[in-house]
Design a binder for this molecule. Structure first.
Ligand SMILES: Cc1cc2nc3c(=O)[nH]c(=O)nc-3n(C[C@H](O)[C@H](O)[C@H](O)COP(=O)(O)O)c2cc1C
Length: 331
Protein backbone atom coordinates (compact mmCIF):
# COMPACT_ATOMS: atom_id res chain seq x y z
CA UNK A 1 0.00 0.00 0.00
CA UNK A 2 1.51 3.35 -1.00
CA UNK A 3 1.01 6.61 0.87
CA UNK A 4 0.00 9.48 -1.43
CA UNK A 5 -0.15 12.15 1.25
CA UNK A 6 1.53 15.45 0.57
CA UNK A 7 1.60 18.84 2.22
CA UNK A 8 0.78 21.96 0.23
CA UNK A 9 1.10 25.36 1.97
CA UNK A 10 0.88 23.51 5.27
CA UNK A 11 -2.44 21.92 4.23
CA UNK A 12 -2.34 18.13 4.41
CA UNK A 13 -3.64 16.53 1.21
CA UNK A 14 -4.57 12.88 0.79
CA UNK A 15 -2.89 12.89 -2.64
CA UNK A 16 -1.31 15.48 -4.97
CA UNK A 17 -4.29 16.09 -7.31
CA UNK A 18 -6.09 19.38 -6.73
CA UNK A 19 -9.04 20.43 -8.89
CA UNK A 20 -8.04 23.91 -10.05
CA UNK A 21 -10.31 26.92 -10.35
CA UNK A 22 -12.83 26.78 -13.18
CA UNK A 23 -16.55 26.93 -13.83
CA UNK A 24 -16.61 23.31 -12.56
CA UNK A 25 -15.60 24.44 -9.08
CA UNK A 26 -18.49 26.88 -9.19
CA UNK A 27 -21.07 24.10 -9.05
CA UNK A 28 -21.99 21.94 -6.05
CA UNK A 29 -22.74 18.80 -8.04
CA UNK A 30 -19.37 18.79 -9.80
CA UNK A 31 -17.53 19.65 -6.60
CA UNK A 32 -19.09 16.62 -4.90
CA UNK A 33 -18.11 14.48 -7.87
CA UNK A 34 -14.54 15.77 -7.59
CA UNK A 35 -14.40 14.78 -3.94
CA UNK A 36 -15.89 11.34 -4.72
CA UNK A 37 -13.35 10.82 -7.51
CA UNK A 38 -10.54 11.46 -5.02
CA UNK A 39 -9.57 15.12 -5.57
CA UNK A 40 -7.40 16.06 -2.61
CA UNK A 41 -8.63 19.65 -2.56
CA UNK A 42 -10.44 22.15 -4.74
CA UNK A 43 -9.79 25.74 -5.70
CA UNK A 44 -13.04 27.63 -6.09
CA UNK A 45 -13.44 29.74 -9.22
CA UNK A 46 -12.03 33.18 -8.62
CA UNK A 47 -13.85 36.07 -7.12
CA UNK A 48 -13.27 38.52 -9.95
CA UNK A 49 -13.61 42.16 -9.02
CA UNK A 50 -14.20 43.09 -12.65
CA UNK A 51 -17.15 40.73 -12.85
CA UNK A 52 -18.66 42.50 -9.92
CA UNK A 53 -18.07 45.86 -11.49
CA UNK A 54 -19.64 44.67 -14.70
CA UNK A 55 -22.61 43.33 -12.77
CA UNK A 56 -23.02 46.73 -11.22
CA UNK A 57 -22.93 48.31 -14.64
CA UNK A 58 -25.79 45.98 -15.67
CA UNK A 59 -24.07 44.32 -18.60
CA UNK A 60 -25.90 41.07 -17.84
CA UNK A 61 -27.47 40.47 -21.21
CA UNK A 62 -24.22 40.93 -23.09
CA UNK A 63 -22.28 38.82 -20.63
CA UNK A 64 -24.69 35.88 -20.84
CA UNK A 65 -23.63 35.26 -24.43
CA UNK A 66 -20.40 33.89 -23.04
CA UNK A 67 -21.70 31.57 -20.35
CA UNK A 68 -19.45 28.62 -19.63
CA UNK A 69 -16.34 29.99 -21.28
CA UNK A 70 -13.05 30.71 -19.60
CA UNK A 71 -13.66 32.92 -16.61
CA UNK A 72 -10.42 34.68 -17.31
CA UNK A 73 -11.58 36.11 -20.57
CA UNK A 74 -12.63 39.01 -18.36
CA UNK A 75 -9.65 41.06 -19.40
CA UNK A 76 -10.42 40.68 -23.08
CA UNK A 77 -14.04 39.65 -23.23
CA UNK A 78 -16.93 40.02 -20.89
CA UNK A 79 -16.86 37.36 -18.20
CA UNK A 80 -19.06 34.35 -17.53
CA UNK A 81 -21.52 33.97 -14.69
CA UNK A 82 -20.86 36.78 -12.29
CA UNK A 83 -22.19 37.94 -9.02
CA UNK A 84 -21.71 40.34 -6.20
CA UNK A 85 -19.18 39.84 -3.42
CA UNK A 86 -21.84 38.72 -0.97
CA UNK A 87 -23.20 36.01 -3.24
CA UNK A 88 -19.68 34.76 -3.99
CA UNK A 89 -18.93 34.59 -0.26
CA UNK A 90 -22.21 32.77 0.28
CA UNK A 91 -21.23 30.34 -2.48
CA UNK A 92 -17.82 29.71 -0.88
CA UNK A 93 -19.52 28.95 2.46
CA UNK A 94 -21.87 26.50 0.73
CA UNK A 95 -18.93 24.80 -0.96
CA UNK A 96 -17.05 24.49 2.29
CA UNK A 97 -20.09 22.84 3.87
CA UNK A 98 -20.64 20.50 0.92
CA UNK A 99 -17.26 18.74 1.02
CA UNK A 100 -14.81 17.58 3.64
CA UNK A 101 -11.65 18.00 1.54
CA UNK A 102 -9.67 21.26 1.87
CA UNK A 103 -11.13 24.20 -0.02
CA UNK A 104 -9.02 27.07 -1.34
CA UNK A 105 -10.68 30.34 -2.35
CA UNK A 106 -9.30 32.40 -5.20
CA UNK A 107 -9.24 36.17 -5.74
CA UNK A 108 -8.61 38.26 -8.83
CA UNK A 109 -9.15 41.89 -7.92
CA UNK A 110 -8.05 45.17 -9.40
CA UNK A 111 -7.81 47.63 -6.50
CA UNK A 112 -5.39 46.92 -3.69
CA UNK A 113 -8.10 47.51 -1.08
CA UNK A 114 -10.39 45.00 -2.78
CA UNK A 115 -7.75 42.24 -2.62
CA UNK A 116 -7.46 42.75 1.11
CA UNK A 117 -11.20 43.16 1.75
CA UNK A 118 -12.05 40.00 -0.24
CA UNK A 119 -9.28 38.04 1.49
CA UNK A 120 -10.65 38.98 4.91
CA UNK A 121 -14.21 38.05 3.93
CA UNK A 122 -13.15 34.75 2.38
CA UNK A 123 -11.10 33.79 5.44
CA UNK A 124 -14.25 34.16 7.54
CA UNK A 125 -15.98 31.45 5.47
CA UNK A 126 -13.60 28.88 6.98
CA UNK A 127 -11.67 28.11 3.78
CA UNK A 128 -8.35 26.36 4.26
CA UNK A 129 -6.30 28.72 2.12
CA UNK A 130 -6.34 31.54 -0.40
CA UNK A 131 -4.98 31.75 -3.90
CA UNK A 132 -4.16 35.18 -5.31
CA UNK A 133 -4.78 34.85 -9.00
CA UNK A 134 -2.37 37.42 -10.46
CA UNK A 135 -3.81 36.99 -13.93
CA UNK A 136 -3.83 40.34 -15.66
CA UNK A 137 -2.92 41.66 -19.04
CA UNK A 138 -1.25 45.05 -19.25
CA UNK A 139 -3.76 47.41 -20.79
CA UNK A 140 -1.25 49.89 -22.10
CA UNK A 141 2.32 51.10 -22.02
CA UNK A 142 2.01 53.57 -19.17
CA UNK A 143 2.96 51.05 -16.45
CA UNK A 144 6.33 49.29 -16.62
CA UNK A 145 6.99 45.68 -15.66
CA UNK A 146 8.81 46.64 -12.47
CA UNK A 147 5.86 48.69 -11.29
CA UNK A 148 3.46 45.82 -12.03
CA UNK A 149 5.62 43.39 -10.05
CA UNK A 150 5.94 45.84 -7.15
CA UNK A 151 2.16 46.17 -7.08
CA UNK A 152 1.69 42.39 -6.91
CA UNK A 153 4.28 42.11 -4.13
CA UNK A 154 2.51 44.83 -2.21
CA UNK A 155 -0.85 43.10 -2.62
CA UNK A 156 0.62 39.85 -1.31
CA UNK A 157 2.20 41.63 1.68
CA UNK A 158 -1.09 43.33 2.55
CA UNK A 159 -3.14 40.15 2.20
CA UNK A 160 -0.63 38.19 4.28
CA UNK A 161 -0.84 40.70 7.09
CA UNK A 162 -4.66 40.71 6.90
CA UNK A 163 -5.28 36.95 7.16
CA UNK A 164 -3.81 34.02 9.05
CA UNK A 165 -4.64 31.18 6.63
CA UNK A 166 -2.04 30.07 4.03
CA UNK A 167 -1.78 32.26 0.94
CA UNK A 168 -0.55 31.05 -2.43
CA UNK A 169 -0.01 33.03 -5.63
CA UNK A 170 -1.00 31.83 -9.06
CA UNK A 171 1.29 33.26 -11.72
CA UNK A 172 1.40 33.48 -15.45
CA UNK A 173 4.76 32.62 -17.01
CA UNK A 174 5.10 36.12 -18.45
CA UNK A 175 7.65 37.61 -16.09
CA UNK A 176 11.07 38.73 -17.26
CA UNK A 177 12.89 36.91 -14.46
CA UNK A 178 10.67 34.31 -12.84
CA UNK A 179 13.50 33.31 -10.47
CA UNK A 180 13.79 36.77 -9.01
CA UNK A 181 10.07 37.42 -8.84
CA UNK A 182 9.17 34.10 -7.21
CA UNK A 183 11.97 34.55 -4.67
CA UNK A 184 10.63 37.99 -3.76
CA UNK A 185 7.09 36.59 -3.46
CA UNK A 186 8.36 33.94 -1.08
CA UNK A 187 10.28 36.55 0.95
CA UNK A 188 7.03 38.49 1.10
CA UNK A 189 5.36 35.46 2.68
CA UNK A 190 3.84 33.40 -0.17
CA UNK A 191 3.18 29.91 1.22
CA UNK A 192 2.73 28.41 -2.23
CA UNK A 193 3.30 29.27 -5.87
CA UNK A 194 1.12 27.95 -8.67
CA UNK A 195 3.17 27.59 -11.87
CA UNK A 196 1.51 28.54 -14.20
CA UNK A 197 -1.88 29.84 -15.12
CA UNK A 198 -2.75 29.48 -18.78
CA UNK A 199 -3.32 32.75 -20.53
CA UNK A 200 -6.41 32.66 -22.68
CA UNK A 201 -5.50 33.44 -26.28
CA UNK A 202 -8.05 34.96 -28.60
CA UNK A 203 -8.52 33.88 -32.20
CA UNK A 204 -9.91 35.51 -35.33
CA UNK A 205 -12.73 34.08 -37.39
CA UNK A 206 -11.66 35.02 -40.93
CA UNK A 207 -15.02 34.17 -42.55
CA UNK A 208 -16.96 36.64 -40.42
CA UNK A 209 -13.96 38.87 -39.76
CA UNK A 210 -14.54 38.97 -36.05
CA UNK A 211 -12.96 37.76 -32.86
CA UNK A 212 -13.62 34.14 -32.23
CA UNK A 213 -14.32 33.16 -28.63
CA UNK A 214 -13.40 29.52 -28.44
CA UNK A 215 -13.25 27.16 -25.50
CA UNK A 216 -9.82 25.66 -25.94
CA UNK A 217 -8.33 23.27 -23.43
CA UNK A 218 -4.70 22.45 -22.74
CA UNK A 219 -2.72 19.40 -23.84
CA UNK A 220 0.13 17.51 -22.15
CA UNK A 221 2.57 19.18 -24.55
CA UNK A 222 1.91 22.45 -22.74
CA UNK A 223 3.19 21.25 -19.36
CA UNK A 224 6.88 21.54 -20.25
CA UNK A 225 7.14 25.15 -19.14
CA UNK A 226 5.71 24.35 -15.74
CA UNK A 227 7.91 21.26 -15.56
CA UNK A 228 11.01 23.34 -16.22
CA UNK A 229 10.23 26.06 -13.68
CA UNK A 230 9.09 23.58 -11.06
CA UNK A 231 12.44 21.83 -11.48
CA UNK A 232 14.42 25.06 -11.43
CA UNK A 233 12.71 26.56 -8.39
CA UNK A 234 11.72 23.67 -6.16
CA UNK A 235 15.07 23.38 -4.37
CA UNK A 236 15.70 27.05 -4.08
CA UNK A 237 12.55 28.47 -2.52
CA UNK A 238 11.06 28.01 0.89
CA UNK A 239 7.48 27.54 -0.34
CA UNK A 240 5.53 24.77 -2.00
CA UNK A 241 5.09 24.62 -5.74
CA UNK A 242 1.81 23.54 -7.26
CA UNK A 243 2.32 22.80 -10.95
CA UNK A 244 -0.42 23.72 -13.37
CA UNK A 245 -1.25 23.78 -17.11
CA UNK A 246 -1.29 20.73 -19.31
CA UNK A 247 -1.42 18.17 -16.51
CA UNK A 248 -3.79 15.80 -18.25
CA UNK A 249 -2.69 12.31 -17.15
CA UNK A 250 -1.26 10.60 -14.09
CA UNK A 251 2.04 10.46 -15.96
CA UNK A 252 2.04 14.27 -16.32
CA UNK A 253 1.43 14.60 -12.57
CA UNK A 254 4.32 12.22 -11.79
CA UNK A 255 6.68 14.34 -13.91
CA UNK A 256 5.78 17.44 -11.89
CA UNK A 257 6.31 15.61 -8.59
CA UNK A 258 9.70 14.38 -9.83
CA UNK A 259 10.55 17.99 -10.70
CA UNK A 260 9.70 18.94 -7.12
CA UNK A 261 6.03 19.96 -7.05
CA UNK A 262 4.15 19.40 -3.80
CA UNK A 263 0.89 19.05 -5.74
CA UNK A 264 -0.67 19.72 -9.13
CA UNK A 265 -3.80 21.52 -10.23
CA UNK A 266 -5.91 20.09 -13.01
CA UNK A 267 -8.72 21.68 -15.03
CA UNK A 268 -8.64 20.83 -18.75
CA UNK A 269 -8.50 17.10 -18.10
CA UNK A 270 -11.72 17.36 -16.09
CA UNK A 271 -13.49 18.93 -19.07
CA UNK A 272 -11.92 16.56 -21.61
CA UNK A 273 -11.98 13.26 -19.73
CA UNK A 274 -14.67 14.02 -17.17
CA UNK A 275 -14.35 14.61 -13.46
CA UNK A 276 -14.09 10.89 -12.62
CA UNK A 277 -10.79 10.77 -14.52
CA UNK A 278 -9.17 12.03 -11.28
CA UNK A 279 -9.57 8.45 -10.06
CA UNK A 280 -7.61 7.12 -13.06
CA UNK A 281 -4.87 9.70 -12.53
CA UNK A 282 -4.51 8.65 -8.90
CA UNK A 283 -4.51 4.96 -9.84
CA UNK A 284 -1.80 5.62 -12.43
CA UNK A 285 0.37 7.34 -9.80
CA UNK A 286 -0.20 4.44 -7.39
CA UNK A 287 0.76 1.79 -9.93
CA UNK A 288 3.84 3.73 -11.09
CA UNK A 289 4.95 4.08 -7.44
CA UNK A 290 4.34 0.35 -6.95
CA UNK A 291 6.46 -0.49 -10.02
CA UNK A 292 9.27 1.75 -8.78
CA UNK A 293 9.07 0.51 -5.20
CA UNK A 294 8.18 3.93 -3.78
CA UNK A 295 6.15 3.92 -0.56
CA UNK A 296 5.44 7.65 -0.28
CA UNK A 297 5.49 10.82 -2.37
CA UNK A 298 8.52 12.04 -0.42
CA UNK A 299 10.49 9.02 -1.75
CA UNK A 300 10.63 10.64 -5.17
CA UNK A 301 9.45 14.26 -4.85
CA UNK A 302 12.08 16.51 -6.43
CA UNK A 303 14.27 13.58 -7.48
CA UNK A 304 14.69 15.22 -10.89
CA UNK A 305 14.75 18.83 -9.73
CA UNK A 306 17.63 20.92 -11.02
CA UNK A 307 19.77 20.47 -7.89
CA UNK A 308 19.20 16.72 -7.60
CA UNK A 309 19.20 15.80 -11.25
CA UNK A 310 22.20 13.87 -12.62
CA UNK A 311 22.25 16.46 -15.35
CA UNK A 312 21.46 19.80 -13.67
CA UNK A 313 21.88 21.57 -16.98
CA UNK A 314 18.88 19.74 -18.35
CA UNK A 315 16.72 22.56 -17.08
CA UNK A 316 18.90 25.27 -18.52
CA UNK A 317 18.88 26.85 -21.90
CA UNK A 318 22.42 25.67 -22.61
CA UNK A 319 21.07 22.14 -22.80
CA UNK A 320 18.54 23.26 -25.35
CA UNK A 321 21.33 24.75 -27.45
CA UNK A 322 23.35 21.54 -27.06
CA UNK A 323 20.37 19.57 -28.32
CA UNK A 324 19.91 21.85 -31.28
CA UNK A 325 23.59 21.53 -32.17
CA UNK A 326 23.52 17.75 -31.89
CA UNK A 327 20.45 17.69 -34.15
CA UNK A 328 22.32 19.76 -36.72
CA UNK A 329 25.21 17.28 -36.53
CA UNK A 330 22.90 14.45 -37.51
CA UNK A 331 21.39 16.25 -40.51
C1 LIG B 1 -13.54 27.27 -17.98
C2 LIG B 1 -12.35 27.71 -17.20
C3 LIG B 1 -12.51 28.62 -16.15
C4 LIG B 1 -11.41 29.04 -15.40
N1 LIG B 1 -11.61 29.89 -14.36
C5 LIG B 1 -10.56 30.23 -13.57
C6 LIG B 1 -10.75 31.03 -12.41
O1 LIG B 1 -11.86 31.42 -12.05
N2 LIG B 1 -9.64 31.33 -11.68
C7 LIG B 1 -8.39 30.90 -12.00
O2 LIG B 1 -7.43 31.19 -11.28
N3 LIG B 1 -8.18 30.13 -13.09
C8 LIG B 1 -9.24 29.79 -13.88
N4 LIG B 1 -9.02 28.99 -14.98
C9 LIG B 1 -7.66 28.55 -15.28
C10 LIG B 1 -7.43 27.16 -14.68
O3 LIG B 1 -7.57 27.15 -13.26
C11 LIG B 1 -6.02 26.64 -15.01
O4 LIG B 1 -5.05 27.49 -14.45
C12 LIG B 1 -5.76 26.56 -16.51
O5 LIG B 1 -6.89 26.07 -17.20
C13 LIG B 1 -4.56 25.63 -16.78
O6 LIG B 1 -4.78 24.33 -16.29
P1 LIG B 1 -5.20 23.11 -17.26
O7 LIG B 1 -4.15 23.00 -18.28
O8 LIG B 1 -5.32 21.91 -16.37
O9 LIG B 1 -6.51 23.51 -17.86
C14 LIG B 1 -10.11 28.56 -15.73
C15 LIG B 1 -9.95 27.66 -16.78
C16 LIG B 1 -11.03 27.24 -17.51
C17 LIG B 1 -10.81 26.25 -18.63
Amino acid sequence: MVNLETSYMGIMLSNPIIAGASALTGNIESIKRMEAAGAAAIVIKSLFQEEIQLKNWKFDEYINRYNDLHAEMTTQYPPLVHSGVESHIYWVKKTKEAVSIPVIASINAVDEDAWVEYARSLEKTGVDGLELNFYSLPKGSDIGSEELEEKQLEILAKVKSAVSIPVGVKLSSNYTNIFAFVKRLVQQGADGVVLFNRIFQPDIDIANEEENVSFDLSTSAENRLSQRWTGLLSDSINADICSNTGIITGEDAIKMLLAGAAAVQVVSTLYKNDIEYIETMIQDIVSWMGDKGYKSILDFKGKISKAKSNDPWAYERVHYIKQLLSKEDTV
